[in-house]
Structure formats: structure tokens, C-alpha cells
Design a protein around this ligand. Structure first.
Ligand code: XCC
Length: 636
């Protein structure tokens, strides 16, 4: 048994290698952080003003509150919603950048980008109330991009965010209106939340949490428009067959990893790589090999079939193979230590966004006017690095697994339509009503080294599949399943219960794909959690019930980032039961913890629950699905 906290055999090999060469990875750093500070861990450390940090010391006279008088519930609520603000800012700013480029396309100011999926453009335009009949594509495009950008600066609080308004059922919108969490503008809500949580402003934990939920709705709005506009620019993914794990890095090729979240430049690298294969060959390689890490990886996997190298916790290990020639990073979830890891080898780290630089790395600032040129320069840098690769240092784990991915909601509907052309979503509803499957679980989120890398993800997937739960996945969770060889048809045979097997057999018989359907539908990156929620909306609509009655659960088994907190929070606001596999820093206040795990259900129908044991968490999710099913049965 390995001493390392991962279940991934390739990662174990690379961690041994890191040890040999004396490189301390995130696994070592996680260990160095133990034992954790209990105050921080439970959320009762306040660093909002410079008198702090204040901790809650209930036994000391005067210590049961912060210096300003903030009680544990105020401190915990403020800390929690500030995570949401960070996450929503990240997701929505990503969406805004895509919208800026789409507007440039509409106005003919850029040549490297174009409308790739005009059908999606028209579909989105119709959905958000833009006239499409008899209009030129570029005129529609301009209106859609302008509508997206208007989400950010709107300050008129009598108006509502366009995207969530268009994509959410009326009953749910009314709950948000009644609870005063329906946002008007993204920037406004996020600024207000930071104001609300400044020292000496709001001390009411419930009011603070509602402010946080408003920000969380900005998060899904930003995610949804990011997904839609990326599909319009780069195409809506269709099923692809590729591979995952460090064995996808090829010894005889120039290897370039695409890492981060924003597809704007990575898509151009994919394009340029096709053109520069000969230059790689002239340098002695057999070609250029692109691999993905984190959500940029998921974006280019979904649209281009690029293989997955690894996920968040193991990103440094891709460099330990000694065969990574360049790693191109954009924003979010990129470890600053990639540069230190690269120093042990010949790898070039290339940052590409003005807000994300790593000292000592190459920086090619993203410029929409010269994106393909930048992409070509980056590839040439990688080819040069390849020439300096020390063959003696190359050690690529011989582990790669088949992956069947690319399941945007449109791609799923195309398959379901082979069974029910008039009403594709009915295929899932029929299977639920027949008791063949218990419901749908969205497996999402990050890695968190408070636990064992990928252990919670894969265990929960196996447990739920065994219990006939249909699985969808995004983000690093999707990658965990892919790395472990669970994202293919063989995994259905191995792990699915009888009902789920029957469901898949029926689809496989008509799907017309070259491969059998996988154990979970990979719906994309973390912003593509919007696709998951659209599926939940379609289920609610088709079943004729509110979201809170749909047998649909969400699990972030190894949640880590602020974005994960934001995603979890809007899921709760939508009425979705949301499992988190780490203990959340809300437990320092019984009141706040009760609000998000219990009272939330009375208001929204959705709630959080924390469970670090993946088997117990799965049992609870199955119970929740069965209970919701039972309620559905009673309604008939
Ligand atoms: Fe980051 Fe999206 Fe989390 Fe992975 S799942 S660690 S946020 S890359 Ni989004």
C-alpha cells in the first residue's frame, strides 16, 4: 500500500519520483499544514478588519465575540458568503471575457474567432427574448453578446438577470423573488455582498446568507452565459472517444498541457497545433500531443476530444514525467509551484491572462486580435523545449484509460431522441417512473487533500451506480472518474445495478455510436454545471413538479475552491440536496450550520449535508432520491 494519499496508480508512481528528486508536492504541503487550526477549520476566525484575527474563545470573559462584537454566527456567515463572492466573481468574469470576444466577432473586429454553432446562437437568442426571424446571424450575435455584457453593469434593481430568468421555471423564480435573492446585476450583487460583510455592517446571519445566495445566483448566471457563448464560438460538444491519465503524455511527441478554465486561448492552441505538426516533426518528434488538466482540459475534451492528463491535486505530477514540454495556463486552480516543478526539468510554463502570472514563467498576454499568432508562438516555444528534453529523465506511467465524453445536454438529447424523438427528456423520466433508475446524481467539484485524492469521487460513483442512479459529472470529479477508467462502457458492466444496465442497454441499441455509453455522462467543465442544472430544469418541467421534488441530487465529494461553495449554494437555492465530502467551515456556528443544512430545506427544498465517508454519503443520497420518488408516486 502506498504512503501517498491518492488512489491513482500513475500519481503514486510520480509521487515516488518526486520524492527521489526531492521535489515537495502539494501532497507534502498538505501534510505540513496538519494539524489544522480549529478556529479556521470551523469558520470562527475573523480576518475582515485589521484588529483581527479574532477567534471565538467561549470560555474567556469577552472572548465569546470578536473585538467589534461580532458573534460566532456573524463571523461564520460572513466568511462563508465571502467564499461565494470569490467563486461568483471567478465564474462570471470568465463568462464576461467570452462575451467580450463574441461582441468583437459580431462587430467584425477579430478574425481568429467566429460563430461556429449558429443553431445554438439562435436557440439562446430565442430563449432570452431576442428577435431572430429574418435577421442576419451577426445582428443576432451582437444582441446576444450585448445582453450578456449587460448582466454585469446593471444597477436598476427593478430588473432581473436575463439568463437565470430565462432558464429557470417560474415557480422557482417566484421563490427567489419572495426571498429577495433574485439579482439584478452581477457586479452590483457582488459589490453589495462585500459591503454587507464589511466590519460593522450586517450582523444578522440569515440576512448575510441571503445576500450570499443572491451572489450564488450571479454565479450560475455567469456560468450559464459562459457555457452558451463558448458553445456559440467553439461549437457544442458531441460524443468523443479519447483517453485519460498520465499515460496520455507521449514520449515521441511534443507534449503541451492546457490547464485552467478559459477556453479562449486554449482553443486557438488546438487550432494552431493542427497547423504546426510539421514543425514538430522537423524537430525530431512524431507530432504535437495536447493534453488537458482541470477545466480548460474539460473544455477542449468536450469540443475537441483532447485527452485528460490529470486533475487538480496531481497537476504538478504531469511535469514529473519529464516529457511535458510546455504547460499553458490561463486562470483558476493553477498551482504557483508548477514553475518550481518545471525547474527540475525542461518544461516551459506559459501564463496567458493579464490577471494570472507566475514569477519566472513565460507570459503571452491573451489578445483577441492575435490569438492564433500567440498560440503558434507558444507551440514553437514547446517545440524548442522538446529539443532540450533530457531523455534520461523521461518516465511516463504506462496508465491510460478509455474515455467516452462530450455529453453536452444537446448531445444527450440527440441520443435520447433515438428512443423518443418528440420528447427526449421523457427517456429519463420514463426510467425513473418505471423504477429502473432511482434518479440522477450530478458528481461535481474539486480535489481536496484533507482526504485521499479521488477516493471519495470514485467510491461515490460506484456506490450510486450500483444503486441504479444515473450519473452526470463535471469538473475535476469527471476527470477523477476518467482517470480511474470509469468513463466507458466497461464500467457500466462492472459497476451499474441491473436497472441502470437495462437503461443503458436500451440506449446503446439505438445510439449509433462507435463506443458504448459510459458509466457517467461527462457534461463538461465547472461552468458547465449550467448544463447539469438545465437537465434538472427539464426533468422538473417534464414531471410537472417543482425542482425540490425531482429525484436529483448533487455531490461535491472533494470540494475545495470558492467556486465550489458558490456552485453548491445555487444548487441549494434551486432546491437540490447537495452533498459536500469535507466538513464545511460553517460548523463553528450551530445556528449558521443549521440554516444551511436544515432550515434551507424549508425555504428552498434544497439543503447541504456534510459527510466525509463516501459510502455513508452515497447511502444518504440514495435515501433522498427514494424519498423524492415516493413523493412523486403519491402525486400521480
Ligand atoms: Fe478547480 Fe474546475 Fe475545482 Fe477542479 S473542479 S479544482 S474549481 S478545476 Ni471546478
Amino acid at each position: 500500500m502506498s504512503e501517498h494519499k491518492t488512489i491513482d496508480m500513475a500519481a503514486i508512481q510520480m509521487l515516488d519520483r518526486a520524492k527521489e528528486i526531492g521535489f515537495l508536492t502539494t501532497f507534502d504541503r498538505a501534510k505540513a499544514q496538519e494539524p489544522r487550526c480549529t478556529f479556521g477549520n470551523t469558520g470562527i476566525c475573523c480576518r475582515i478588519c485589521l484588529q483581527g484575527p479574532c477567534r471565538i474563545l467561549p470560555k474567556k470573559p469577552g472572548g465569546n465575540k470578536g473585538i467589534c462584537g461580532a458573534a460566532d454566527y456573524t463571523i461564520v456567515a460572513r466568511n462563508t458568503v465571502r467564499y461565494i463572492a470569490g467563486g461568483a466573481a471567478a465564474h462570471s468574469d470568465h463568462g464576461r471575457e467570452i462575451a467580450e470576444v463574441l461582441l468583437s466577432v459580431a462587430e467584425g473586429r477579430v478574425h481568429d474567432y467566429k460563430v461556429t454553432d449558429a443553431d445554438k446562437l439562435v436557440k439562446v437568442a430565442k430563449k432570452i427574448g431576442i428577435e431572430t426571424e429574418g435577421r442576419e446571424v451577426m445582428a443576432i450575435c451582437k444582441d446576444v453578446a450585448t445582453a450578456a455584457l449587460a448582466e454585469f453593469g446593471r444597477v436598476d434593481e427593478t430588473k432581473e438577470l436575463t439568463w437565470i430568468n430565462a432558464y429557470t421555471n417560474e415557480e422557482r423564480l417566484n421563490i427567489w423573488r419572495k426571498t429577495a435573492i433574485m439579482p439584478s446585476g452581477i457586479n452590483l450583487s457582488l459589490a453589495k455582498l462585500l459591503h454587507q460583510t464589511h466590519i460593522g455592517v450586517d450582523s444578522d446571519p440569515v440576512n448575510i446568507i441571503f445576500g450570499g445566495l443572491k451572489a450564488a445566483l450571479c454565479d450560475i448566471d455567469g456560468q450559464h452565459l459562459a457555457t452558451d457563448l463558448s458553445d456559440i464560438l467553439f461549437g457544442t460538444g458531441v460524443p468523443v472517444v479519447t483517453e485519460a491519465n498520465l499515460g496520455a503524455i507521449k514520449e515521441d511527441k511534443v507534449n503541451i498541457a492546457l490547464h485552467g478554465h478559459n477556453p479562449l486561448l486554449s482553443q486557438m492552441v488546438v487550432k494552431a497545433a493542427k497547423e504546426l505538426q510539421d514543425e514538430a516533426k522537423a524537430a525530431g518528434a512524431t507530432g504535437i500531443n495536447l493534453v488537458g488538466i482541470c477545466c480548460t482540459g474539460n473544455e477542449v475534451l468536450t469540443r475537441e476530444g483532447v485527452a485528460i492528463a490529470t486533475n487538480f491535486a496531481t497537476q504538478e505530477l504531469a511535469i514529473m514525467t519529464g516529457a511535458m514540454d510546455a504547460m499553458v495556463v490561463d486562470v483558476q486552480c493553477i498551482m504557483p509551484t508548477l514553475r518550481s516543478a518545471a525547474e527540475c526539468f525542461h518544461t516551459k510554463i506559459v501564463t496567458t491572462m493579464p490577471i494570472m502570472k507566475i514569477p519566472g514563467s513565460y507570459h503571452f498576454a491573451f489578445d483577441e486580435h492575435h490569438a492564433v499568432d500567440s498560440a503558434k508562438e507558444i507551440i514553437r516555444l514547446a517545440i524548442d523545449a522538446y529539443k532540450n528534453r533530457d531523455k534520461a529523465k523521461v518516465c511516463i506511467p504506462n496508465i491510460r484509460n478509455k474515455v467516452v465524453a462530450g455529453f453536452t445536454l444537446e448531445a444527450m438529447y440527440n441520443i435520447f431522441a433515438k428512443v423518443n424523438p418528440e420528447n427526449p427528456i421523457r427517456v429519463i423520466v420514463d426510467a425513473i417512473e418505471a423504477g429502473e433508475i432511482k434518479g440522477v446524481a450530478a458528481l461535481i467539484g474539486c480535489n481536496n487533500l484533507k482526504g485521499t485524492h479521488d477516493h471519495n469521487h470514485t467510491t461515490i460513483a460506484k456506490e450510486l451506480a450500483k444503486n441504479d442512479v444515473l450519473l452526470i459529472a463535471t469538473g475535476c470529479s469527471a476527470q477523477a472518474h476518467a482517470l480511474a477508467g470509469m468513463m466507458n462502457g466497461d464500467a457500466v458492466k462492472e459497476y451499474a445495478g441491473e436497472g441502470l444496465k437495462k437503461f443503458y442497454a436500451r440506449l446503446n441499441a439505438v445510439a449509433g455510436l462507435t463506443e458504448e455509453l459510459p458509466l457517467m455522462f461527462h457534461m463538461g467543465s465547472c461552468v458547465d454545471n449550467s448544463r447539469c442544472q438545465d437537465l434538472a430544469t427539464a426533468l422538473a418541467t417534464e414531471m410537472g413538479v417543482d425542482y425540490a421534488q425531482v429525484p436529483y441530487v448533487v455531490s461535491a465529494p472533494e470540494a475545495m475552491s470558492e467556486k465550489a461553495v458558490a456552485i453548491g449554494s445555487w444548487n441549494v437555492a434551486y432546491g437540490n440536496p447537495t452533498h459536500v465530502g469535507v466538513i464545511a467551515p460553517t460548523v463553528g456556528s450551530q445556528l449558521v450550520n443549521d440554516v444551511v443544512t436544515k432550515i434551507a430545506e424549508d425555504v428552498f427544498g434544497g439543503f447541504f449535508f456534510w459527510e466525509t465517508d463516501p459510502v455513508k454519503a452515497s447511502e444518504r443520497m440514495v435515501e433522498i432520491l427514494e424519498e423524492r420518488n415516493w413523493k412523486n408516486a403519491m402525486r400521480k
